[in-house]
Design a protein around this ligand. Structure first.
Ligand code: SAM
Ligand code: SF4
Length: 330
């Protein structure tokens, strides 16, 4: 019953998107005028729950809820509570990735439902840069959300997309701030997923370049620390903290892939950077849903590609995939 693909990679990690909607409009993620899905297309709470249980039955031990912004979905906490009941009963970790905007209101409920760690995306500590980047004046609200999460006992890890000429000069200060607060931070390379107004070439900042710049401020020592994902870590001597690098473009990590992604409409994407897709919603809504789901999941394992092939080569290139990260779930 376990999920193993044709390259013998065992799938133990599900990223489940609960909405494609968001209360920010990060310039690297989606255009200002994004068309969102009609609600009728989106999986219901019961369907999301049922799907998650099917994955847990097949050996998935970690689930990350994502989006869009997961905390803008109205019944999100009910889903977290329902899945929280599977912790210790097949599920080892339930977590989410959030922009932090609604965190202050929900931190206590998340912690009470069994969530222990969350990822918060934070690309800048400068109010004007945040406003330019996320097209909303939300920095203070996000910082309040982070503080509330930590006060509720949640371990917060920060994710930062490295953006040429936007937060490039601020990265050492962001790392120092995160570590001072006792939070790990992971840097991510921007990926050419979905059309946005800007040219990806102008946004793209290769992480080896960022690392070299950081080494002018800090002593970085490779760390054996792993979280089961693609990040590779270094210890920062001056801060005593840990810094991660996720390098989909400059350092392919697909051979260790342990995950699949399901969109809020129930499309399973076996690869974030590939066009392969299996429709789990159709399976869920069919008359013999159990058999249809089994067939669909087997098919997903058969078509999971060995690796992604996206790259950012030069100016004016079309996106590698039309699908935005907010649809597949980051
Ligand atoms: N709204 C939540 C958030 O921002 O954390 C969850 C969804 S968001 C799509 C998940 C992660 O994907 C965020 O850390 C975001 O910065 C990142 N992301 C979005 N578009 C990206 C892109 N084109 N390349 C790299 N990372 C991207
Ligand atoms: Fe929203 Fe997250 Fe995309 Fe920003 S990165 S627009 S917060 S989904």
């Amino acid at each position: 019953m376990s999920l193993v693909d044709q390259f013998q990679r065992r799938i133990t990690y599900l990223r489940l998107s609960v909405t494609d909607r968001c209360d920010l409009r990060c310039t690297y993620c989606m255009p200002e005028r994004q068309t969102f899905l009609p609600r009728s297309e989106v999986l219901s709470l019961e369907e999301l729950h049922r799907l998650a249980l099917a994955f847990i039955d097949r050996g998935v031990t970690r689930i990350r809820l994502t989006g869009g912004e997961p905390l803008v979905r109205r019944d999100m906490i009910e889903l977290v509570q329902a899945l929280g009941r599977k912790l210790g009963d097949g599920l080892e970790e339930l977590t989410l990735t959030t922009n932090g905007m609604q965190l202050a209101a929900h931190a206590d409920a998340l912690a009470a439902a069994g969530v222990k760690r969350i990822n918060v995306s934070l690309d800048t500590l400068d109010r004007a840069t945040f406003q330019r980047l996320a097209r909303r004046d939300g920095l203070a609200q996000v910082l309040e959300g982070i503080a509330a999460a930590r006060a509720a006992g949640l371990k917060v890890k920060l994710n930062t997309v490295a953006l040429k000429g936007v937060n490039e000069g601020e990265i050492p200060a962001l790392v120092a701030w995160a570590h001072e607060q006792g939070m790990d931070l992971t840097l991510i390379e921007v990926m050419p997923l979905g059309a946005v107004e800007a040219d990806r070439f102008d946004q793209y900042l290769p992480l080896p370049q960022v690392r070299a710049a950081l080494e002018r401020h800090f002593t970085l020592t490779p760390s054996a620390h792993r979280t089961g994902g693609p990040a590779r870590y270094v210890d920062v001597a001056e801060t005593g903290g840990r810094l991660g690098f996720i390098t989909p473009l400059t350092g392919n990590f697909c051979d260790g892939c342990n995950r699949v992604r399901v969109t809020t409409t129930g499309q399973l994407h076996p690869c974030l950077g590939g066009s392969e897709m299996v429709d789990l919603r159709a399976a869920l809504r069919s008359t013999d849903a159990d058999t249809a789901l089994e067939t669909a999941l087997n098919r997903a394992m058969a078509i999971k590609p060995e690796r992604h092939h996206f790259a950012i080569g030069g100016k004016g290139e079309a996106p590698a995939l039309a699908r935005h990260m907010s649809v597949t779930g980051g």
